[in-house]
Structures are given as C-alpha cells and as structure tokens.
Design a protein around this ligand. Structure first.
Ligand code: FES
Ligand SMILES: [Fe+2]
Length: 436
C-alpha cells in the first residue's frame, strides 16, 4: 500500500494517515466510478448552460438559508435575496417557535414585504406582525392575513387566497434549508444521505458566535467551490502563508495531499489531518503567538464536549478537519478545534457570484478568546483572497475558449464529481424538457 505524502510530516508520522477506504487497486476517481478523461468547464461560462442550471439545480434542490441563531426569538426574521432567480425568501420564527419560509411578497399587489432602506438588500429584525409598506396589509408570523385596510371595498376576499405564499423549509442540526419546488422531488432527509445526516451529532448549537464576510467574485460559483475541493494548489497559491523554513521553490514545493475523500449522493467530503498533519507547515508567526490563534483556529480549545459520530467519515488518524461540500453550493467545514465555517456561493451571473463566509465559534468569555476568534477568521479571509484572485484569472482562461478540455489529477476528484453532478442534472433537465 502506498502511504500518501502528508506535507510537513516525517515518513513515520505520514504512515499514521491512511487513505480510507483506500481504493485498491486504482484511484479515488475510479473508486467513485468517475471517468478519468479530460473535463469540460463550459458549465462555468456558457450563458445558455447558466440559464438551465438555475432551473435544473437551484429551483430543484434543497438550498441553505442560514442558521437558527439568526432567528433567536419568536417574531425574528431574515430574508435571503436570490436576484439570479428574481426571488426573495423570508424566514420567520412563529409564535409556536416553528421556523417557516415564505416568498417575500405581499399578496395584495406584489410589493416586497420585508425590506428596509433599499428594496434589493437583505433585511432582518424582529416584529409582531409583518406589515406591507404600500397599503398597510398585515400578516401574522405564520403567514396568515391579519389586517386588510378598508376590507369592505374588496370583492370576495378569502383568507386562504391571500396568505403568504409558502416555501418548503426544513431545519437540520440548526441549519435552515429551503426548496423552491411546488412539491420537492426528494425529501430533505433523502437529499442529505445518511453520511451527511450523521453530522447532526456535531455540537453546532454550542458555536453560536458568528462572524460574516461577503464578497462579489468575478468567477462562476463552481470555480470557488473547486478551489476549496483540493489542496493541490496550496503550495503555490498560499506559499507565502507556509513556513518559509520549508523548501518552497520549484519541484521542491511542499506537496499537500488530501488523505481521504468520500462521496455521499450529490455531496462529497474531503477529510484531512488539518492542524495535526500540518504542524510543521505552519509558520508560527509572532502575531499568532500574541493572538493565540492561526488559520486552524484558536490555540486554546473550548470544551464543547464530544464532536459526534459524523465527523471524520473516512476514519483517518490523526483527524483534523472535514470539508463537507453540500450540493449545490454550501460548504460546512468542521475543524477538530471546536469551530466551524460555512461557505456559500450564490450565482449572480454565468461568470460572477457572491461569496459568503461565516465563522462559527463558541461564545467568547473574555477579550483574549474574542481576539483569537477574530484572528483565525481574518487569517481565513487572507487565504480566501488569495484563492479569489487566482480564480478570477482562471475564469478569464475558461472564457477565452482556447482550451476546451482540462486534465484533472486524482487529488482533484471532488472537482470532477461536482461538475459531473451539475452537468448530469442539467442534461436530465434538458431531456425532460425535450420529453425524452
Ligand atoms: S401591495 Fe402590500 S398592501 Fe398593497
Ligand atoms: Fe486555497
């Protein structure tokens, strides 16, 4: 059996990290039944593909809205703006403590219901009823009509006809998901698969401190997902963040390798040794000692108890992190050091998207803990900016059309899987439209 080379470890340490389940003989790519041939990335710039993708993928799969901590009390709400689908979704915690989702539209004459100064921007807050700014209709927290101004002037007004239009909504492990189909083609649990579902025992509910970073990126949404689905680029794109004492030029660059991948339906997971495997790669900068934190998280772990059965689905040892790539556009990155990150990638056009990064930590109990959290997050942002810069350059390369097919190595198997699933979904949708 070949032991993968884990960056910065001795042979003996690296031997402790196994590929599991090791595809033997062969590769991860063959193990998952994927083609090993070149891949077309026309799905990252073709406007026609983008139009189909909206319908085939974003209107037909469970999508991530936010965390339950964003709706802490009865009457709290937030909106999710999806301009690429001409849609605003409204999430509200009702008097019965249930979280519901609605189209954010007043049923009188279509005014957007919840917004603040600028109609196109997201809004959040707390209310007893949801009041339309146009003619004053009001809706209760369960979406039923509660007040119509000058109601006798209307003709045959029925409460059922004018309730807010519902969107399917599910809460799992504190994550709020929604589905825009009239009747979802797949139940939420089916969509999750047992492998992802097992993650619900992770103590997400103990990590209620959120920090949010958003950015507009001049690249298709899948390109940024791709940048977080392999470590092959790390010694080159993030070379400056690595330990300068290690060889860092030419063929001597530290070869980062993912020790284990797993596929869960349309989702995938990249499991790695994380801080344990990379301890020699970290630069150990003075600022990190001062803040007691680095890219891998605060040095002083909080006691959040057991991390549950869902982490480390490939059972590697030592385990450091899982990057769960939930189809279509959510990543949940669970660290061994008691914090997790979510990444969202929302298309804004065929060649641009909005990136949302949220760091989730236990509530800090003092200023030192707070600063450690902030330092981990800004270091993560630094890494993300390095990726973003590169992938805007990749986008330009794809769009030139000069190269139509690209060769992916076995370490890029998760990228191959994402594009395979996306292209298959779009193909199936096209066949359905054609009545095949
Ligand atoms: S559009 Fe909302 S009350 Fe008229
Ligand atoms: Fe990166």
């Amino acid at each position: 059996m070949t032991t993968p080379h884990i960056s910065g470890l001795t042979e003996a340490e690296a031997a402790g990290i196994q590929r599991f389940p090791k595809p033997e003989p062969g590769s991860w790519t063959e193990h998952f039944g994927l083609d090993t041939g070149p891949v077309s990335f026309h799905d990252c710039y073709d406007p026609e593909f983008y139009e189909l993708e909206k319908e085939a993928i974003f209107r037909r799969n469970w999508l991530y809205a936010g965390r339950v901590e964003q709706l802490p009390r009865k009457g709290t709400y937030f909106t999710k703006e999806l301009p690429f689908l001409n849609l605003s979704a409204l999430f509200v915690r009702g008097m019965d403590d249930q979280i519901r989702a609605f189209h954010n539209i007043c049923t009188h004459r279509g005014n957007k219901l919840m917004w603040e100064d600028y109609p196109s921007q997201a809004s959040s807050g707390s209310c007893r009823q949801m009041a339309c700014k146009y003619h004053g209709w009001r809706f209760d927290l369960e979406g039923e009509i509660s007040y119509v101004h000058n109601a006798p002037e209307f003709f045959d007004l029925k409460a059922d006809d004018i309730a807010l239009k519902k969107i399917h909504c599910e809460v799992w492990a504190g994550f709020i998901f929604f589905n825009l189909e009239e009747t979802p083609s797949q139940s939420f649990r089916e969509f999750l698969t047992p492998g992802v579902e097992a993650l619900e025992s992770y103590p997400f509910d103990k990590m209620t401190e959120h920090y949010v970073i958003e950015s507009e990126i001049a690249a298709n949404w899948k390109l940024y997902m791709d940048a977080f689905q392999e470590l092959y680029h790390v010694p080159f794109v993030h070379g400056l963040m690595n330990n300068p004492a290690l060889p860092a030029t030419g063929v001597d660059k530290v070869p980062f390798m993912v020790p284990a991948f797993s596929i869960h339906g349309k989702h995938r997971c990249m499991t790695s040794g994380g801080p344990h495997a990379n301890k020699r790669v970290r630069a150990g900068r003075p600022v990190e000692e001062i803040f007691r934190a680095d890219f891998f998280g605060p040095f002083d772990a909080y006691d959040v108890g057991d991390l549950g059965d869902g982490v480390n689905p490939s059972r590697i040892s030592p385990w450091g992190l899982d990057s769960w790539q939930l189809y279509p556009n959510l990543v949940i990155l669970t660290w061994c050091k008691n914090w997790f990150i979510t990444y969202e990638y929302w298309p804004t056009s065929a060649t641009t998207h909005k990136f949302i990064l949220r760091g989730h930590f236990p509530k800090p109990t003092n200023a030192t803990e707070r600063l450690a959290q902030e330092h981990s997050l800004v270091t993560t942002k630094e890494f993300c900016m390095m990726d973003a810069n590169t992938l805007e350059a990749t986008q330009l390369g794809y769009m030139s059309g000069a190269v139509k097919e690209f060769r992916l190595c076995d370490q890029e198997v998760a990228i191959r899987h994402l594009h395979h699933v996306v292209q298959t979904d779009v193909e199936n949708y096209k066949n359905e439209l054609a009545g095949k």
